[in-house]
Design a protein around this ligand. Structure first.
Ligand SMILES: Nc1ncnc2c1ncn2[C@@H]1O[C@H](COP(=O)(O)OP(=O)(O)OP(=O)(O)O)[C@@H](O)[C@H]1O
Length: 675
């Protein structure tokens, strides 16, 4: 059964959904505070004090933001995108420190100018304005050759200047994740950025990389008596050209699969029980020596693979009993074709694979942030193996790393736009949730409330729903639609070798389209969901659709096939909710409501069909370009045929979806005629 998403009281302010005790910052005492056993003061405790100060500052600054204008809502009751995604991203929220317990956090780190850049007298074009704001002064030239500077403003959850050390970055990025995994969560921390911008330095530096700092805290916490039953298992592997290799076991080829509880298992991965940082660094050092690196035009020692260091907490007496997982990912550098210089075929293919997986990663984060029921994991091996970090009790922190020098301004802007797109959706989701939940409070007003008050608000929403005959499922667990039950190795749609793949044209949030452009079961589920949206215009219905509140009659329970949602409208819960007068009318003929409903649905279906058409166009373009690029690279004809077969497959799925929409429309037309 398709369960859709459930919302927890905490979600209204963009916090993780299923671990309520962890979702509060300083208001609910952390389980790490007040331990009966005296501990060496782990940095995690210092963090609590830090947090309290932040909370106070935040409260002081709320007033400034409350006056911000609301964004208009679209037909679905969802705030529309920024009216303009031009040069200025400036938002009043830059004054408000971000919430460290958000499900998704997007931070930016600027590296210092390198010696070479200094020697070349390169200018630093990135200015950090506040804890969250960054300005990029992009040099430009007009048509008449006059030079000018275009200023871009970005706001993120945190922005770290060139002089920020890894410890500072750690406190605001990975540290909350460490706490989270001790409560059974899964978390991912990764750096994204242009090659040479400082990803490895941030994540995997052997002395101060975030993984070392996190491991230090994890090992300290494992000594606490409350976690005495747990042990940390370390695995380190890479994804190179779509294949997994164990970096701690002579690059043995690995395979990903899922266990019964939807945990991703990397079959054959050598895991080490480690309880101190020195051993970890040693093991890690060894792994790094066998990692795939190469020299590109932009970085002499560029990572050509994604390296994933995973720290899994398991029960000591039963290794099969999983507790929490933290993955650190050192992503291969995103790069443009031009950066590869005179790259050979191998390097170009690596670049294509890297960019494809980075695009897939963004899509997954976005889907996660919107709590979409379909997350396009299959699009790359990277997202497949991170699947369990994207669903359920999960948190993600992305650190966008940027080079500040003028000659990298284009890269820097691309990285920031990628990050901004992820972050923008996050704030939209927060607002959408409030709207659908019927809560009139702004995020800042919510932040000014105690958790009890917020809980009270959600209780009210729940009571309202129950009064209307819906059942609130609460946040006991998280169910998600598993779009690839076999967790097969099948790759998703082909991606172009894009330069910093962008998705400006793919506004998933507004339209609820499947983000991988493949119409499959999940698309149908989304479609089903949209249908539901159209069946009920009332606030309760919108809450239903967004909060996954099941109708007690069961007839509204979503299903993963389109045929099942095309139940007789008369049997639908909406019909059951009609007053007896209205029902009598509709039984004797076509009512005004029928007509309105029909028109609404028809408009919606038209949009769906036209969107499917757009996806077809994209498929066609994708294939044509990949065929050209195969030819350019002198790739074997077989590769092209393989891609063509995939294209046919996907096209077939698109056509089927269109046919289903059309046959559903026809069915309803007939139904009306037959009355
Ligand atoms: N915050 C920083 N402070 C000081 N030096 C830094 C910082 N960030 C990066 N560097 C230096 O910049 C160089 C490039 O950094 P790094 O290798 O981490 O880049 P990268 O993004 O991982 O590149 P690639 O994707 O090609 O592997 C290194 O010499 C590193 O020491």
């Amino acid at each position: 059964m398709f369960a859709g998403r459930r919302i927890s009281p905490a979600q209204g302010r963009g916090r993780a959904s299923t671990l309520p005790t962890l979702t509060t910052r300083s208001r609910i005492p952390s389980p790490f505070i007040g331990s009966s056993k005296p501990n060496p003061q782990p940095p995690i405790l210092q963090q609590q004090q830090f947090e309290t100060t932040l909370a106070q500052e935040e409260e002081e600054e709320e007033l400034q933001v409350n006056s911000s204008p609301r964004r208009p809502l679209n037909a679905y009751g969802v705030p529309s995108r920024h009216p303009s995604r031009g040069n200025s991203y400036s938002q009043p929220r830059h004054n408000v420190p971000s919430n460290l317990n958000d499900k998704i956090r997007v931070c930016v780190r600027k590296r210092p100018l390198s010696k070479k850049e200094l020697a070349r007298n390169e200018k630093d074009i990135a200015t950090i304005n506040s804890q969250r704001t960054l300005l990029i002064n992009e040099p430009k030239t007009k048509v008449d050759l006059t030079r000018f500077v275009e200023q871009h403003t970005f706001v993120f959850d945190d922005v770290f200047d060139a002089d920020a050390d890894n410890e500072t970055v750690y406190r605001r990025t990975a540290l909350p994740l460490v706490e989270y995994i001790f409560h059974g969560g899964k978390a991912t921390c990764f750096a994204y950025g242009q090659t040479g911008s400082g990803k490895t330095f941030t994540m995997l530096d052997q002395k101060h990389g975030l993984y070392v700092l996190a491991a230090r805290d994890i090992f300290t916490l494992l000594q606490d008596q409350r976690f005495g039953h747990l042990a940390a298992y370390i695995g380190f592997y890479e994804i190179y050209q779509g294949q997994l290799y164990d970096l701690l076991n002579q690059r043995k080829k690995l395979f990903a699969r899922e266990d019964g509880k939807k945990n991703v298992i990397i079959s054959g991965l050598q895991e080490y029980t480690i309880d101190n940082v020195d051993s970890l660094v040693q093991v890690f050092d060894y792994g790094n020596t066998v990692r795939s690196t190469g020299s590109t035009g932009a970085n002499e020692d560029s990572s050509r693979s994604h390296a994933i260091l995973q720290i899994v907490l398991k029960h000591k007496n039963n290794r099969k009993k999983f507790h929490g997982k933290l993955s650190f990912i050192d992503l291969a550098g995103s790069e443009r074709g031009a950066d590869r210089g005179d790259a050979d075929k191998q390097t170009r293919m690596e670049g294509a694979e890297i960019n494809k997986s980075l695009l897939a990663l963004k899509e997954c984060i976005r889907a996660l942030d919107q709590d979409k029921r379909h997350t396009p994991f299959r699009q790359s091996k990277l997202t497949q193996v991170l699947k369990d970090s994207f669903v359920g009790n999960s948190r993600t922190c992305m650190i966008a790393t940027i080079s500040p020098n003028i000659s990298n301004s284009e890269h820097t802007l691309n990285t920031l736009r990628y990050a901004d797109r992820v972050k923008e959706l996050k704030s939209e989701r927060d607002r959408a949730d409030r709207v659908v939940a019927g809560l009139e409070l702004t995020s800042n007003e919510l932040q000014g409330l105690t958790d009890e008050q917020i809980q009270e608000y959600y209780n009210q929403a729940q009571a309202k729903l129950e009064a209307e005959g819906y059942e609130y499922e609460g946040d006991e667990g998280y169910d998600y639609e598993d779009d690839d039950p076999a967790f097969d190795d099948e790759e998703g749609s082909d991606f172009l070798e894009e330069d910093f793949p962008s998705d400006e044209d793919n506004d998933l949030f507004g339209e609820e389209m499947p983000s991988d452009g493949i119409v499959d079961e999940d698309f149908i589920s989304d479609h089903d969901q949209s249908q539901n949206d159209f069946e009920n215009e009332s606030e309760a219905a919108r809450i239903f659709s967004k909060l996954n509140v099941n109708d007690t009659s069961g007839s509204r329970t979503s299903s993963s096939t389109i045929t099942s949602h095309s139940t007789d409208y008369r049997n639908s819960s909406n019909f059951n909710k009609l007053s007896s007068d209205e029902r009598a009318l509709s039984e004797s003929g076509i009512t005004h409501a029928d007509i309105e409903d029909f028109l609404k649905r028809h408009r919606h279906e038209l949009r769906e069909v036209s969107e499917a058409g757009k996806r077809e166009t994209k498929l066609l373009a994708n294939f044509t370009l990949s065929m050209n690029s195969n030819n350019d690279m002198g790739a074997a004809h077989d590769l092209t045929v393989e891609a063509f077969e995939r294209y046919l497959d996907e096209l077939d799925a698109q056509l089927q979806a269109k046919e289903q929409i059309i046959s559903e429309l026809r069915r309803r037309v007939n139904q009306l005629w037959n009355r």
